[in-house]
Design a protein around this ligand. Structure first.
Ligand code: DAH
Length: 362
């Protein structure tokens, strides 16, 4: 409230009660305005050209000088008072409006949020990551190869001769085969293993090479508890100037213990693969019975996890490496098999059926 103007008005209007009343009414009207629009109406009613305060100045000209001065003063004081009260009221209305809006728009931060279902990696993706991470920590790099592959990379350069049983129409899914009876390195097929990546990398790069390559492989298998026409493998290999069988054994022992547990024993059993010489299969001691014999290891005490061997010089000759200068080892295994062993899954089909009740368990 503009106290000065009010005091002035009170003094000046002792003889003019109707103007004192006008002052009080003006203040009441301003206070009564509940919205900016109502306040504007009030302003026009008081200060507009035809407003009640403007009316005080009307007819001023015909009054005697003494009265004219007093009335002029009263009019000015009324106008000043009304203007300052209008401004103050407008500010209060705006404050109230802001408060009300903030209240209306307030967010209750204590309300619990809506939970979004959280997914996670598929078990096979996790096993692939785990295996890959172990080799990356040993200095290997990850390389991917094509799933639609030439016979040359899948068989020929891997020292798998024509008419080898693996090349038969019973085992391999061919995309284009030039002759139904004889094999041709230019035939196009779905790779039956991830080993062709070895050839592709060696062909385009020079040793030393330390490579790990996870991916899909395809075979003409009926789906059952241990077979699927599409499955996953992890391939790995190392080529340098003096790599030995000892390096292969040491590397795979480290790998097997990191993946299956530090207390695992690892053994190498002689085997045959066309692209390695000598070749072996890698077993880890059964982690259910620890060697005693149980249903997981079928009473043997050992679980086969992958194949491996020293890269056959015939493979080096296909990629133009001097077998006198370079040696290397390679290994490869099925991701589904490793996942089944590690997580106690007894039927491969659950990996592909995407039944949430299974997927959620891991
Ligand atoms: N490619 C083989 C298979 O599909 C697995 C394998 C065995 C890969 C020995 C290798 C190896 O690199 O050295 O059964």
């Amino acid at each position: 409230m503009d106290e000065n103007s009010m005091n002035e008005i009170e003094q000046l209007t002792q003889e003019r009660p109707e103007l004192a009343a006008l002052a009080r009414e003006s203040l009441d009207a301003i206070e009564a305005a509940g919205t900016p629009a109502e306040l504007e109406e009030t302003r026009v009613r008081l200060l507009g050209k035809k407003g009640s305060i403007a009316a005080v100045f009307k007819g001023l000209g015909s009054l005697p000088p003494e009265e004219k001065r007093t009335l002029g003063q009263i009019g000015n004081a009324l106008r000043t008072l009304a203007e300052s009260e209008l401004t103050a009221r407008a500010a209060r209305l705006k404050d109230a409006e802001t408060k009300e809006r903030l209240l209306r728009e307030a967010t209750d931060v204590t309300l619990p949020g809506r939970r979004l279902p959280q997914g996670h990696d598929h078990l096979l993706a996790r096993v692939i990551d785990d295996v890959t991470d172990i080799f990356v920590s040993l200095g290997y790099k990850v390389v991917a190869g094509p799933e639609v592959e030439l016979d040359f990379y899948n068989f020929e350069a891997l020292n798998t001769p024509p008419h080898h049983p693996a090349r038969s129409l019973q085992d391999t899914l061919y995309v284009r085969r030039s002759d139904p009876v004889s094999d041709d390195p230019k035939d196009i097929l779905l790779r039956t293993h991830t080993s062709p990546v070895q050839v592709r990398v060696m062909e385009s790069e020079r040793p030393p090479l330390y490579v790990i390559s996870p991916g899909k492989a395809y075979r003409k298998d009926e789906i059952d508890a241990t077979h699927s026409p599409v499955f996953h493998q992890v391939e790995g290999f190392a080529v340098s100037e003096d790599i030995t069988m000892g390096d292969l054994k040491g590397t795979l022992e480290v790998f097997a213990r990191k993946l299956f547990g530090e207390e695992r024993a690892v053994r190498f059993r002689p085997h045959f693969f066309p692209f390695t010489e000598p070749s072996a299969e890698v077993d880890v001691s059964c982690f259910v019975c620890a060697g005693g014999g149980c249903s997981l290891c079928k009473g043997v005490g050992w679980l086969e996890i992958m194949g491996c061997g020293m890269i056959d010089p015939a493979v080096f000759s296909h990629v133009g490496y001097d077998p006198e200068k370079y040696t290397g080892f390679a290994f490869g295994g099925g991701v589904e098999r490793i996942a089944m062993l590690k997580y106690g899954v007894d039927d491969m089909r659950v990996f592909f059926e995407n039944d949430m009740r299974f997927l959620r368990q891991f």
